[in-house]
Design a protein around this ligand. Structure first.
Ligand code: F6P
Length: 327
C-alpha cells in the first residue's frame, strides 16, 4: 500500500476548532517533505462532493499556525450522509487521482470517514479536531485547550461582576453530549458547581449546595452548565432553581461560539502539529482508517470504529475533586 500513495487530500469537517490550521500546515509540510503531492478540499465533505479540490504547496500554509478557524473552511454535510452523496465524493476523488485522505474533525467527521472507508477503496486517516475533547483514542483533541482557556477567562470576568453585586451566575459552556469543557472550566475558574451531561444532578441537590454556601456567608456563586445537561441549558436551570431559592440575584451568561474562535494556545498548536505529522507517517506506514491520537504523550492509532463508538469517560477523580474544592 505505502508505495501506491502519491496524492493525498486533507480537509476539515464539522465544527471548526482552534488549531485546525496548525494541523493543516503540519500535514502539508510533512507530506511535501515525504515527496507526496498534497491537496486541500474546501468545506469538508461538501467540497469533496463538489470536487472543490486544490493543490497545496508549502508556501500556502505559511503564516497560519497562529490563526483560529480553518483556511480550508468547514461544513456539516447532510449530502455525505446519503449513499448518492458519498458516491459523488468518491468520483471526485478519483477524478483528481487522490489516493488517500486526511480528515480533521470530530465524531461526525470520523463517523463519515468510517462509513466511506467501508464503501470505497480510498484509505483515510483521521485527526481529532473538536473543542469537545470527546473522542476516544486521544487524551486531548485539537481546540479543547484553547476553548477552556477562553471559557475560564470569560468566567474570571463574570466572577468580578458577580462578586460586586452578590449574584448567582449560571454560565453555559459548549458540550451537547460531553462535559469535558464544563469540568475543566469549572475547576479552572473555581466554580461552585459543574453540571455535565454525564452525571445526573437534581435541582434539589443543587439548591441544597447553594444554600450551604449562603449559610457560610458566600455572597456570590458561579455554576458552570454544559449545554447538554439533562435539566436543560443555563437559562432553564436558573429558572428551576429560582422557583425554590431566592437568596441571590440570579443571572445567566452563555459563552457560546466565542469558545470556538481565537488564536490557538501553544498546547493546541503543538498537539495539532504532532497529529498532522503523525497522520502522514501513518499513511506511509500503511495504516488506514484509523484516527491518530496522543495517549500518555505518545502518538497512537485507533481504528475509526473504536474512536467513534467507544465512550471517552470523564475522570471520576477529577469530578470528585471539583466537588471537594468547591466546598
Ligand atoms: O462539536 C463542537 C461544538 O462546538 C459543540 O460543542 C456544540 O454543541 C456544537 O459544536 C455547535 O455546533 P454549531 O456551530 O453547528 O451550532
Amino acid at each position: 500500500m505505502q508505495n501506491k500513495i502519491k496524492r493525498v487530500a486533507v480537509f476539515c469537517s464539522g465544527g471548526d476548532a482552534p488549531g485546525m490550521n496548525a494541523a493543516i500546515r503540519a500535514v502539508v509540510r510533512s507530506a511535501t517533505y515525504r515527496g507526496l503531492h498534497i491537496f486541500g478540499i474546501l468545506r469538508g465533505y461538501e467540497g469533496m462532493i463538489d470536487g472543490n479540490i486544490n493543490r497545496l504547496e508549502t508556501k500556502d500554509v505559511g503564516n497560519i499556525i497562529h490563526r483560529g478557524g480553518t483556511v480550508l473552511k468547514t461544513a456539516r454535510s447532510k449530502a455525505f450522509m446519503t449513499k448518492s452523496g458519498r458516491k459523488k465524493a468518491y468520483e471526485s476523488l478519483v477524478a483528481h487521482d487522490i489516493d488517500a485522505c486526511i480528515a480533521i474533525g470530530g465524531n461526525g467527521t470520523l463517523t463519515g470517514a468510517q462509513i466511506f472507508s467501508k464503501e470505497y477503496p480510498i484509505p483515510m486517516i483521521g485527526i481529532p479536531g473538536t473543542i469537545d475533547n470527546d473522542l476516544f483514542g486521544s487524551d486531548y483533541t485539537i481546540g479543547f485547550d484553547t476553548a477552556i482557556n477562553t471559557a475560564v477567562e470569560a468566567v474570571d470576568k463574570i466572577r468580578d461582576t458577580a462578586d460586586s453585586h452578590n449574584r448567582l451566575f449560571f454560565v453555559e459552556v459548549m458540550g451537547r453530549h460531553s462535559g469535558f469543557i464544563a469540568l475543566s472550566t469549572g475547576i479552572g475558574s473555581g466554580s461552585a458547581s459543574v453540571l455535565i451531561p454525564e452525571k445526573e444532578t437534581r435541582i434539589s441537590d443543587l439548591i441544597k449546595m447553594l444554600k450551604k454556601g449562603s449559610k457560610r456567608n458566600k455572597l456570590f456563586s458561579l455554576v458552570i452548565v454544559a449545554e447538554g445537561h439533562h435539566e436543560g441549558g443555563a437559562a432553564a436551570i436558573a429558572k428551576k432553581v429560582n422557583k425554590d431559592f431566592d437568596y441571590y440575584d440570579t443571572k445567566v451568561a452563555i459563552i457560546g461560539h466565542l469558545q470556538r474562535g481565537g488564536s490557538p494556545t501553544a498546547a493546541d498548536r503543538v498537539l495539532a502539529s504532532r497529529l498532522g505529522y503523525g497522520a502522514i507517517e501513518a499513511l506511509l506506514n500503511g495504516e488506514e482508517n484509523v484516527m491518530v491520537g496522543v495517549v500518555n504523550n505518545k502518538i497512537c492509532y485507533t481504528p475509526f470504529k473504536a474512536a467513534v463508538n467507544t465512550e471517552k469517560s470523564l475522570d471520576e477523580d477529577l469530578m470528585r475533586m471539583a466537588e471537594i474544592l468547591a466546598l
